[in-house]
Ligand binder design. Structure first.
Ligand SMILES: CC(C)(COP(=O)(O)OP(=O)(O)OC[C@H]1O[C@@H](n2cnc3c(N)ncnc32)[C@H](O)[C@@H]1OP(=O)(O)O)[C@@H](O)C(=O)NCCC(=O)NCCS
Length: 175
């Protein structure tokens, strides 16, 4: 499927029909959206992805989707498909949209897409200190598998370990 078809289909579908408190859509992340995306990214993370990081993932054709309500970008995720697996590289909600179930909406959409790619497993890394995100991932069927030492940059030139989490997408392993 080419990118234009992909965009048309995504924009036609109210993929968040089960949205908890408002109507929202998952739409492809485009280069034109990156001012807003990078603003959220900088507000949320002490060590944010750069505009070039986002630009690259769009250019590479990674699965980059924004959760949007009207003109408001509420959050986004970026995932990369590999052989029988999908790696979640970034998932972020702007602060006003947290604790309302939107992360589950994005993770549900991700697993539907990942299954369509033939993935058997979803993978992600999360900072060891990010207990909030770890709890959300656990509630959505992910399990901590291992640790990557010194994976993330941290303050004062330090590094922080990553917790590697995975979720099986094989039938019978549903949440
Ligand atoms: C990680 C992140 C995306 C999770 O988002 P979230 O809003 O906390 O998670 P959810 O959307 O699943 O919300 C679940 C919470 O909302 C509550 N909630 C309220 N209304 C709800 C509804 N209608 N449906 C579902 N949950 C609802 C749930 O009870 C749950 O609270 P609890 O965990 O205290 O029990 C978000 O915290 C974030 O962007 N953090 C900063 C960036 C980050 O750390 N990203 C991950 C990097 S690996």
């Amino acid at each position: 499927m080419d990118q234009a078809q992909d965009q048309d289909q995504a924009q036609d579908q109210p993929v968040c029909a089960v949205a908890p408190s408002a109507e929202a859509w998952l739409v492809p992340m485009l280069h034109e959206s990156l001012d807003s995306v990078c603003q959220i990214e900088r507000e949320v993370y002490p060590h944010p992805w750069s505009r070039a990081n986002f630009s690259d993932v769009i250019s590479y054709g990674y699965h980059a989707r924004m959760l949007q309500s009207g003109p408001q970008i509420m959050g986004y995720f970026v995932a990369m498909a590999g052989f029988e697996e999908v790696h979640l590289l970034n998932m972020t909600l702007a602060t006003p949209f947290r604790q309302q179930g939107w992360a589950r909406v994005m993770l549900d959409a991700l697993q539907v897409w990942a299954r369509a790619q033939g993935a058997h497993t979803l993978w992600l890394e999360v900072r060891q200190s990010n207990l909030r995100a770890q709890k959300v991932y656990q509630a959505n069927g992910f399990q901590a598998i291992s640790e990557r030492r010194d994976y993330y940059p941290a303050d004062n030139g330090q590094r922080e370990h990553a917790i590697v989490m995975s979720r099986s997408l094989m039938s019978g392993d549903t949440v």
